[in-house]
Design a protein around this ligand. Structure first.
Ligand SMILES: NC(=O)c1ccc[n+]([C@@H]2O[C@H](COP(=O)([O-])OP(=O)(O)OC[C@H]3O[C@@H](n4cnc5c(N)ncnc54)[C@H](O)[C@@H]3O)[C@@H](O)[C@H]2O)c1
Length: 286
């Protein structure tokens, strides 16, 4: 099984990484976003990442700018996805944004097409129930930056078929990626745990226990983590982290997932992390 054309809906932080990875590995990509500015930003970010990929990884394929451009279509039209065998959705972690996309997608995509839900916390069964092809809906939680991360958390919905899992694994094989398959539950494994870390790190900062730099240093220098929890939140996007905690709070009704007021405040002020140049830390290059 070899894929030639993959659809990507939502060309933000994770969608752009996915487009980069697909183009680097010789696949054609049709990328859809509601925003022309997001599509333009995604195109230039992909070209930049492809140019710098050899500096970050010796194992990634070398692709020219012309080759990459010939493989990518950027559009605002969801219906342009019709030729895709697999569509991966990456719009914000908000049910009211994700829901209408699946209802529409299901109405016009060929019956054999599979839908990959790139989500941080939303249960896959909820998304699958929006379609008439629940067996062909599968969850994936790709890590950022997608083209440099070797492993993806894959979520098997209660109705996801073995055939759909085999198709996603075949696609990952083309991308040189491994999968760890987990069962469906809000936040899966990674985010049910990691979002508590990030939220509590924000609370520790809010309480004046330490600085953002030192909180992250403790995780890096004492626990041997590559990144601290506040840097990780900045990389993910503070809006995405807060939205994900809201999903966890709604799903479990457990106050441990309540968003820390400092995190909420930074989002309200538009300080979303790396993508806006400021979050818990500042990023002058953004
Ligand atoms: N950021 C991460 O590290 C990360 C990691 C794994 C999974 N995720 C999940 O991936 C999804 C996307 O997250 P992100 O961080 O890339 O978000 P983002 O806000 O950076 O990007 C979302 C993109 O979707 C577009 N969009 C909004 N509504 C749309 C619509 N109706 N149709 C098409 N495009 C639309 C926006 O214009 C934007 O470009 C979320 O569900 C998130 O939880 C994120």
């Amino acid at each position: 099984m070899k894929f030639s054309t993959v659809g990507v809906i939502g060309a933000g932080t994770i969608g752009t990484g996915l487009i980069t990875d697909l183009a680097l590995h010789g696949l054609n990509v049709i990328a859809v976003d509601v925003s022309d500015a997001a599509l333009e930003r995604a195109r230039s970010e992909v070209l930049k990442s492809i140019r710098f990929a050899p500096m970050f990884s010796k194992s990634l394929p070398r692709v020219s700018r012309e080759d990459a451009l010939a493989r990518m279509i950027f559009t605002r039209e969801l219906r342009d996805l019709t030729p895709c065998e697999f569509v991966i959705e990456n719009v914000p972690e908000k049910w009211e944004i994700k829901r209408p996309i699946y209802e529409l997608l299901d109405s016009f995509m060929p019956p054999a097409a599979c839908f990959g839900v790139n989500t941080s916390c939303i249960p896959i069964a909820r998304v699958a129930a929006l379609t008439r092809r629940p067996a062909q809906v599968i969850g994936l939680h790709a890590m950022n930056p997608v083209h440099l991360m070797p492993t993806v958390e894959v979520i098997r919905g209660v109705q996801t078929s073995d055939d759909t899992i085999a198709k996603l694994l075949a696609l990952f094989a083309q991308l040189g990626k491994q999968a760890i398959i987990v069962n469906d539950s809000p936040g899966f494994v990674s985010n049910r745990i990691s979002h508590l870390f990030m939220n509590e790190a924000a609370a520790v900062l809010q309480d004046g226990v330490s600085t953002a730099e030192d909180i992250d240093k403790i995780f890096k220098q004492c626990f041997g983590h590559k990144m601290g929890p506040l840097e990780t939140a900045d990389l993910i996007g503070l809006d995405t982290v807060a939205n994900s905690l809201d999903v966890l709070f709604d799903e479990f009704r457990d106050p441990k997932f309540r968003v820390c007021p400092l995190l909420r405040q930074l989002v309200a002020e538009g300080h979303l992390g790396r993508k806006t140049g400021r979050g818990f830390h500042t990023y002058p290059e953004a």
